[in-house]
Write a protein that binds this ligand. Sequence first.
Ligand code: SF4
Ligand code: SF4
Length: 164
Amino acid sequence: MEEFLKQLPKLAKDKHKENKTFFTKLKKKAPKNLDYIMQDLHAEEFERTDCLTCANCCKTTGPLFTDKDVDRIAKHFKQKPQQFIANYLRVDEDNDYVLQSVPCTFLGADNYCSIYDVRPKACREFPHTDRKKFQQISNLTIKNVAICPAAFNIVEEMKRRIKL
Ligand code: SF4
Ligand code: SF4
């Protein structure tokens, strides 16, 4: 995994143009069963990929925190939401709450998340490869393949299986 993570930014860069073209076509004529295809690809990939050997999303990019996330996690720490925000979060250029710094402060040296049961929705859903109407988040996915080895593999398999 370590070696793959080292190579990933270059691999993603090399595939960037091809991925752009693929997703532009996919947006225009997505197969009717795309949701099912994505569920299969996602499940197959995460049977092979163990996030505990990676944690690259937690190390290099942080999640957005919704108000619900803030309330839930603050409660977990027995803090007021404002106190939790002051301790850990900042407002980014899109006016969203994000981590003050990465790697995520809740990530352990063993790659376990110390707030796993109450973690943000964005962490639970990353890399979003099993979401419905996957073609609608193509720009985000093109970015994520440079961070997430599973997303990279899933997009490569998509291109093999879906002929456009
Ligand atoms: S979701 Fe992707 S980047 Fe995050 S730990 Fe799993 S494989 Fe790594
Ligand atoms: S909250 Fe947990 S899952 Fe989310 S980025 Fe931090 S360590 Fe990773």
